[in-house]
Ligand binder design. Sequence first.
Ligand code: SF4
Ligand code: SF4
Length: 477
Amino acid sequence: MSAATIAPFRAGEFHLFTARGRDFVYLVPSGGIFELTPAARQILDFAQRTDADSEDLIAHLANVGFAELEIEETVTDLIDAGALLAPGTAPEPRIDPPKNFPLQTLVLNLTNQCNLSCKYCYEYGDDKVATPEGKPKFMDTETSRAAIDFYFAESQGTKALHVTFFGGETLMNFPLLKEVVDYATNKAKSEGRFIDFSLTTNATLLTPAIIDFLAANRIGVTVSIDGPPEMNALRVYQNGRGSYDIIAPKIKLLLEKHKTRPIAARVTLTADVTDVLKIFRHLTQDMGFQEVGFAPVTTSENRLYAIGGSKMDSVLEQFKLLAQEYLDAAVEGRHHAFSNVTDTLSELYNGVNKSHPCGAGLGLAAVGPSGDISPCHRFVDSDTHSLGHISTGIDRAKQDDFLHRGHINQKYDCHTCWARPLCAGGCHHEAYVRYGDTGHPNLHYCDWIRDWTDTCLSVFGAISTHNPVFLEKFEKR
Ligand code: SF4
Ligand code: SF4
């Protein structure tokens, strides 16, 4: 055996990580995740560090006790997997979503009005992009039906449909929500399709009758709440009064009576609200939420409530502790409520490799009270970001422009980043608020994103070793 029998190679695009003492590789172009033998780990380490040369490799690995045959076979396996590339191999072409990708999800903003005045709200705060002046404040029946008709027409070929209700405060237009559920359910039945619904609410307007309706119709509910009273302090009425005491008993009732879907809490982290562990314990143990997701506020960094670097580090450390708890639970086959991990595991399991950071403007569209179509709920009522109107359909030129700018190919800073299959540059809305362009990569948090993605990879790797059956629930049906 000599170096000449080892196929020549160079490093492909991959990220090495460990999980409970075992070595894994995440393959960037394919999204594949594999456990590595000790020889494979050494070879990839070597290939990543130097311009690999077969003779050097053999000398290096022979020094640490590997036989040439094992090295040769491992190199061949790594080339087959795409972790190493044979010379002259072109990078895998990026798969673009097909033109006129069918809509998968419709967001209906039933109103742009809200009975709270949360200090960080993207709809009303300093970072708002909406231009609601002169437009209806509440969606009416005719517009909602036209929006549903538009959605059904734009999702041809899709069996499973999903409508999510949003606001303002969604429940300020509950009568219309009921009408839409009725109308869309009947329409789906008549076409032999399946539809489900979800909504986001601040919970202030929940009543026993509304809860009964949501439970009877299996409507998924996400409650915006930031934690115990002292942490929920930015979620206030216009007169400055806090909302926690109003919503706590309503949430209790919701959790008692609505058992047909898991009820989720969505927490916005801000400068003074970064005690992730305390918030998580309160929302799960004291209140009983089955899912809790956290999102740092999306805002310009000069806002008082923006989270600075050291607080983001603290958030990351707490995320890691919860991720460890999640792993312990998953290994025993138990549910854990930290949905930030669940969401990423689902993406890893399905090998996603995103051309765009999210479905906005692609498989997802939002319709506002006026019937304007936007890429997602955060751009509703914004003339600058409108993608058309339900009466005339999607403006393909505007959609193409939005998707072209948001495409990973346009984000040159991301091209050498191993986290891009999952991140793809981050939220379009955040990019607009930070950089004035929806297509700009969110470069202010790259290290944070990579560190968090590495944590989720470790959780994934450990679960795949210790309880792989747990991951099967992420199979996309
Ligand atoms: S925004 Fe940063 S973390 Fe995300 S893909 Fe681009 S370079 Fe990577
Ligand atoms: S653009 Fe941002 S807010 Fe809108 S769906 Fe995408 S990630 Fe969410």
